[in-house]
Design a protein. Structure first.
Length: 118
């Protein structure tokens, strides 16, 4: 199984960025997908989640109204559209694919750096 993020970079505060995560060698449509982030000196936190059916999404309070998570099962890709970015959004963003609370079918990408300058 491979989970690979892309699309990170440097953006000015107030700008937008979309990160993507492509997965392979798994039944993509069966997995809940989520984005997490970890800033220097801080714990990894859940940013957004979309269920396997795509019918439900959840967001951290800090990103509600600014970030949108979506999935394309045909492309086996999950996206995180980030708008109105703030310097505090600076972090390494990680993609996770997981079936329920499985400890086995739980896959992480290597992360992509997002830096928001003030």
């Amino acid at each position: 199984v491979q989970v690979v993020e892309s699309g990170g970079g440097l953006v000015q505060a107030g700008g937008s960025l979309r990160v993507s995560c492509a997965a392979s060698r798994l039944t993509f449509s069966s997995y809940d997908l989520s984005w997490h982030r970890q800033a220097p000196g801080k714990e990894r936190e859940l940013v957004a989640l979309i269920t396997s059916t795509g019918g439900n999404t959840n967001y951290a309070d800090s990103v509600k109204g600014r970030f949108i998570i979506s999935r394309d099962n045909a492309r086996k890709t999950v996206y995180l559209q980030m708008n109105s970015l703030k310097p505090e959004d600076t972090a390494v963003y990680y993609c996770n694919a997981r079936i329920g609370s499985s400890l086995v079918r739980n896959y992480w990408g290597q992360g992509t750096q997002v830096t928001v300058s003030s």
